[in-house]
Design a protein around this ligand. Structure first.
Ligand SMILES: NC(=O)c1ccc[n+]([C@@H]2O[C@H](COP(=O)([O-])OP(=O)(O)OC[C@H]3O[C@@H](n4cnc5c(N)ncnc54)[C@H](O)[C@@H]3O)[C@@H](O)[C@H]2O)c1
Length: 455
């Protein structure tokens, strides 16, 4: 891999490079969701002229009106970005004016748990006609190695209006070319210990000029970029990170189930192990995986691996263990009620927390959704409280139509079930006023009460 000083840029790329370095470049961000919107604001804050693109008319009109639709982003941040020139639009023709285009569209699984790349494909088709000579296109969506080169680039080349081709490693001398890179988003929603701009940004170009263009772009908003030799390495880096989390969470979930049987407090064990200054990184058990990343991304790789006649056993096993956790929590509620001489059938359960993890407003793939379904199947009446969700309606895999229940008169419930350990909850008070608390997050750590059942 050439060092950045060894990369020789044709004039058209050099001009874009200088604009990116000086923060005077026009940047288009496609997909203004949990990843794209904060990125748009970071770019705007750094002085870039930013235009956000989305097919969701409501998101675009909210942004144009200075309104945020993501809980942790205040509307004032949108308004101040608007003053700095942030625009939002559904008109993809405006992409023609951009120096760089960053794509942050969803990469979910289909109903058969296979990669659903339709969002990347559709975005590529919408963008392709407007791609200009010398432009940089960066894909940020999490996906399997090969997506940028085998799916994105062919669409951009086949459907752009000027017959442009992607720059190659051999070099086309800047004539009739555009540049393509992959750079994974590594944000950890709700994490307040590491500022987003301090998370190093991995960038891998299709060839070295694209790597340098992407690196200089991200160095405008992140403390550091990490250059890798190809888009495939960058794509695989993100998957390794998420598979590492998925497998380790499965490990502690399995050990939690065993520890509960053995009468050992797994959370105390993890805290003790975490004092080792090397070779151990703590992961914590819970009611199951959630979010748009950890429950999904590993299966992008296991699907791709089949093409290579390869079975990703760790991923499959971790998936099996983690997916069993909502059922485990449901059974724990049943057993806890049984000890109170009650059946799950007919019991009134208040679930605390709908979000897939604490202090965020993201419900995607949340184990709470499965737990509600399982409790209802057993005949329980389930209500929920979550300060981040006044209502829960319909999503990709659920249709609940529920309204947040106030956190009061907790003794009216047969069981209070903690699924998300939001910081704002007063757990002492919750335990004091409830008849029975089933805690799947160790949120009641340090509270001594025979009303608590940890699971
Ligand atoms: N949310 C996270 O914390 C996180 C973290 C790391 C990586 N990622 C990855 O980033 C990507 C985006 O995730 P997200 O959480 O922001 O998703 P999201 O659903 O919040 O946002 C995606 C946005 O893309 C828009 N969109 C869909 N199709 C489009 C199209 N054809 N043209 C223009 N806009 C389109 C949607 O309307 C939506 O606003 C995914 O690949 C995800 O795996 C997410």
């Amino acid at each position: 891999m050439p060092t950045k000083d060894e990369v020789v840029m044709p004039q058209i790329a050099q001009e874009r490079f200088e604009r990116l370095k000086a923060h005077t470049a026009n940047i288009g961000v496609i997909g203004l969701g949990y990843v794209g919107l904060p990125l748009t604001l970071l770019l705007s804050e750094a002085g870039f002229k930013v235009t956000g693109f989305d097919i969701d008319v409501k998101k675009v009109s909210d942004l144009e009106a200075g309104r945020s639709y993501i809980f942790r982003i205040p509307s004032e941040d949108i308004q101040s970005a608007r003053k700095k020139g942030l625009q939002a639009t559904t008109e993809f023709s405006k992409l023609a004016k951009m120096d760089a285009i960053i794509m942050c569209v969803p990469t979910p699984l289909t109903g058969h748990r296979e990669p659903d790349l339709s969002f990347i494909e559709n975005t590529a088709r919408s963008a392709a006609p407007w791609i200009q000579e010398g432009q940089l296109v960066v894909l940020e969506s999490t996906t399997y190695p090969g997506t940028t080169e085998d799916l994105l680039i062919p669409i951009l080349e086949a459907q752009n209006a000027h017959g442009l081709k992607v720059e190659t490693k051999e070099g086309r001398g800047g004539k009739g070319v555009f540049y393509v890179a992959f750079s994974p988003e590594r944000e950890d929603p709700g994490n307040t210990t590491v500022a987003r701009h301090d998370i190093p940004k991995v960038v891998g170009g299709h060839e070295p000029i694209a790597t340098e263009l992407a690196a200089v772009l991200y160095e405008g908003i992140f403390t550091r970029s990490v250059r890798v030799s190809s888009t495939r390495v960058a794509e695989m880096t993100k998957l390794l990170e998420n598979i590492y989390r998925c497998v380790n969470i499965a490990l502690v979930n399995e050990l939690k189930v065993l520890s509960l049987r053995m009468g050992v407090d797994i959370w105390e064990v993890i805290d003790a192990a975490a004092t080792k200054p090397f070779g151990f990184h703590p992961f914590y058990p819970g009611p199951g995986l959630g979010g748009h990343c950890i429950p999904i991304d590993p299966f992008y790789l296991s699907w791709k691996a089949k093409e290579y006649d390869f079975n990703t056993r760790f991923i499959e096993l971790a998936g099996e263990v983690n997916e069993a956790m909502p059922e485990f929590v449901t059974q724990a509620v049943g057993k806890a009620l049984n000890r109170h001489k009650k059946a799950l059938n007919g019991s009134k359960v208040l679930m605390l927390g709908m979000a897939y993890k604490k202090d965020i407003d993201d419900l995607r793939e949340s184990p709470s959704l499965t737990i509600i379904e399982l409790l209802r199947q057993e005949g329980a009446e389930v209500l929920y409280n979550d300060p981040y969700f006044p209502t829960v309606g319909k999503g990709r895999h659920y249709n609940l139509n529920m309204t947040c229940t106030p956190l009061e008169n907790l003794d009216q419930y047969d069981c209070v079930l903690i699924v998300t350990d939001h910081t704002d909850y007063d757990y002492e008070e919750i335990v004091r006023t409830s008849k029975l608390v089933v805690d799947s997050r160790n949120a009641t750590k340090g509270i001594v009460s025979d009303k608590i059942v940890r699971c």
